[in-house]
Ligand binder design. Sequence first.
Ligand SMILES: Nc1ncnc2c1ncn2[C@@H]1O[C@H](COP(=O)(O)OP(=O)(O)O)[C@@H](O)[C@H]1O
Ligand SMILES: [Mg+2]
Length: 302
Amino acid sequence: MPPLQLLPAFSKPLTPPSALLQWNRKPQLSGPTPRVAVITSGKGGVGKTTTTANIGLSLARLGFSVVAIDADVGLRNLDLLLGLENRVNYTALEVLNGDCRLDQALVRDKRWSHFELLCISKPRSKLPLGFGSKALTWLVDALKTRTSSPPPEFILIDCPAGIDAGFITAIAPANEALLITTPDITSLRDADRVTGLLECDGIRDIKMIVNRVRTDMIKGEDMMSVLDVQEMLGLPLLGVIPEDTEVIRSTNRGYPLVLNKPPTLAGLAFEQAAWRLVEQDTMQAVVVEEQPKRGFFSFFGG
Ligand SMILES: Nc1ncnc2c1ncn2[C@@H]1O[C@H](COP(=O)(O)OP(=O)(O)O)[C@@H](O)[C@H]1O
Ligand SMILES: [Mg+2]
């Protein structure tokens, strides 16, 4: 059996599995708040919105206040994933037009009151002329300085696919980025291109989440391993999310995975990624053993 092998770029020793799930303590918030993170990928359909919903709600469950902004104007669906679609009465456009206040456009989740959703516009509308980087940055600044309630500790921006105007707008207010990729070559190429664009925009704190990973396919050498992905992109790893049919089920129910009881594999992986995000920590990719002896923790790394 091959020994566990760490990437040379990561010299930290493996954290013992028992230390991975420290549910009885709140993670230590690192860095100045509000932390403004864009969730991006380049390629569409790789899990940006799923990640925004699940990491956002994980953070809220951990007691942090979160505003998730759905900046995917054309294909708005974060509200659906969160089951909040019937409660979106106003959008950011009405705020910018002076038709309502910012707090009126924020939809507070009834399950986790620390969590609020802000949609840019009505579903299926085009990115309105005049709505760009400046407008989104103004909205984020308004959230940071609001007095109606305490400013959020995390602002998560769900980015549209592609690298055109919607992408440029979504990354403008962010200080950090979560790059979502799946272990396939098209997604990786787009992720690499997006990394370059983020760096050009001055966003240096970029961490990646590898989504829809299947250990059975990696073992059969039909899928790239997380180590391969990391070697290709050279980015610190925030999380590894397995392919999980529960994700699709929860999407259709409008009930994010991390709220599931009992927890699912992908739900746990999102929660762990949220912990790392709070503490600005990273994990190490490990070689998938042929006959895993340590259950799924060997797959997630430490
Ligand atoms: N880990 C996963 N396992 C199974 N299905 C997933 C996983 N992550 C995302 N999906 C599915 O992939 C599709 C695209 O996800 P989505 O989050 O909307 O992507 P994006 O926002 O990048 O376009 C959705 O149907 C979602 O349920
Ligand atoms: Mg999306």
